[in-house]
Design a protein around this ligand. Structure first.
Ligand SMILES: Nc1ncnc2c1ncn2[C@@H]1O[C@H](COP(=O)(O)OP(=O)(O)O)[C@@H](O)[C@H]1O
Ligand SMILES: [Mg+2]
Length: 233
């Protein structure tokens, strides 16, 4: 059997507080695999450990138990093979759009076009709208051609209209670039609109309550009340 693109084995995270005795269980034990080409949405209540989980996958923090394998290799530090986009675009303010995108790869021109940013290559981040800045952050993450794109509520700061538009674009990029995506969000509409599969996490410490494929549109609509109930429970 071909191995999964990503495999988490009994991963959990406790943060130490002031002393050894006093710890906070941020993420319960989670195990799952992600196959190449999936768009996995992970939804859970605020504070349940979603960002912690994504940071473990990214290699930014080490899990307290378990391990995370990407292409069969133990994840121990960040890698350009894993693109990362946060809620806040975190662009370098002193670099132009083109330079921000080109930092980790040399296909800025192509990505400016993909992201509908033609004509803005020489602009500085403070000249951009929120939606444009989010698109630049996405382009920057895609520049090194990662095989895994990790998205931590990348559209949470945008208004509803722009958000829907960028959701459509994100789905288009997933298809065009052939990149496997993992999106964490607390927005049920977004999780259902984008994913090919949905993981529902419990309240902190987050554990997997449901792992379900998202087939057709009708399925997605029917899932809404169920997901809300699972998250409550
Ligand atoms: N570096 C850290 N040190 C201590 N506690 C943390 C740290 N990062 C997150 N936490 C705590 O872990 C819990 C889960 O946080 P987080 O993963 O950010 O949740 P979510 O992204 O689902 O809102 C929260 O209670 C948060 O305060
Ligand atoms: Mg978070």
């Amino acid at each position: 059997m071909p191995s999964a693109l990503l495999e988490l084995r009994q991963v959990s995270k406790r943060f130490r507080r002031d002393d050894e005795e006093n710890t906070l269980e941020a993420l319960g034990e989670v195990s799952f695999t992600v196959q190449k080409g999936e768009f996995l949405s992970i939804i859970g209540p605020s504070g349940c450990g979603k960002s912690t989980l994504l940071r473990i996958i990214a290699g930014l923090i080490t899990p307290s138990t378990g391990e995370c394998l990407h292409n069969g290799q133990l994840v121990s530090k960040p890698s350009l093979e894993r693109g990362l986009v946060f809620q806040d675009p975190r662009l370098f303010p002193w670099l132009t759009v083109r330079e921000n995108i080109g930092l980790a790869g040399n296909r800025s021109e192509e990505l400016l076009e993909t992201m509908d940013l033609q004509g803005f290559g020489d602009a500085l981040p403070h000249d951009l709208s929120g939606g444009m800045a989010s698109r630049v952050a996405l382009a920057r993450a895609l520049a090194p051609r990662p095989n895994l794109l990790l998205l931590d509520e990348p559209l949470a700061n945008l208004d509803q209209k722009l958000r829907s538009k960028l959701q459509g674009e994100l789905r288009g990029i997933w298809k065009k670039e052939g990149v496997t995506c993992i999106l964490v969000t607390h927005d049920i509409e977004e999780a259902l609109a984008l994913g090919t599969r949905l993981l529902v996490l419990s309240k902190r410490p987050g554990r997997i309550l449901r792992d379900t494929p998202l087939m057709c549109l009708e399925d997605r609509e029917a899932l809404k009340p169920q997901v809300l109930a699972w998250m409550e429970g």
